[in-house]
Design a protein around this ligand. Sequence first.
Ligand SMILES: C[S@@+](CC[C@H](N)C(=O)[O-])C[C@H]1O[C@@H](n2cnc3c(N)ncnc32)[C@H](O)[C@@H]1O
Length: 244
Amino acid sequence: MESSTLRDAIYAVRKVRLGLERRRLDYGEETRERADRLAEILSASVAELREYEREYDDLEWFHESYADRVAEIHEAGVATDTTHWRDGVTLYVVCRALEVETAVETGVLFGSFDAHILAAMEENGGGALHSVDLPGGPPGPFEYGHLIPDRCRDRWRLHQGDARAVLPGLLEDVGPVDLFLHDSDHRLPHMRFEYETALPRIASGGVLASHDVRLSRLFDRFTGENGLQSCVVCDTGIARRPRQ
Ligand SMILES: C[S@@+](CC[C@H](N)C(=O)[O-])C[C@H]1O[C@@H](n2cnc3c(N)ncnc32)[C@H](O)[C@@H]1O
């Protein structure tokens, strides 16, 4: 068997295992513990982080637009991953607590995470998000980032191409990033490539975040090897570079 075919087979098995693990995972408890877990690694109190969760719940301008666009995607018969909003809240809270100004993300699709990061930047009063996805677009009659509300769209830059080709130059161009988020190709060599490429470009005290970290032990191993404090909430890993 060719090595890429073998990797695809391993990835397929991991996805099935993750699906089973997700059914067992208590997402209610994960969500309730979000602030406690994040407080361990961010310089913010549990009370402050809970306040950002409440702020998110009350963010009318965001929820109105987001709900409309989710409905459009549903009406077009295109499925959305319902776990994403919980992870979106985690990213919102992180971006508010650290006042993230420069962020880079891979894997846009409909832009659920982009929308949450950009909403936090809007509330912070500044910031820009650079997102990378393959040439083309999501399924259905939509563009990448359909879920991003108009109000924060001018903070967003889309870079189309394979992250392998785009990421090194992009990270060099934008300078130190406060947040790097991986959510593109979750096969291990690609995830490791993105983590390794991004880490030296993350600002002191900045965050390496990754979706679907329960697919493998890579996130834990990588953050351990590099001396980063980390936690996992729902399906998102958050690791922080120490302040220098
Ligand atoms: C799970 S979806 C991303 C979901 C998105 N983060 C959200 O918030 O809804 C994965 C995306 O990664 C993109 N992708 C896969 N391999 C990629 C690569 N090598 N470089 C850039 N993007 C890639 C796919 O086109 C797809 O849109």
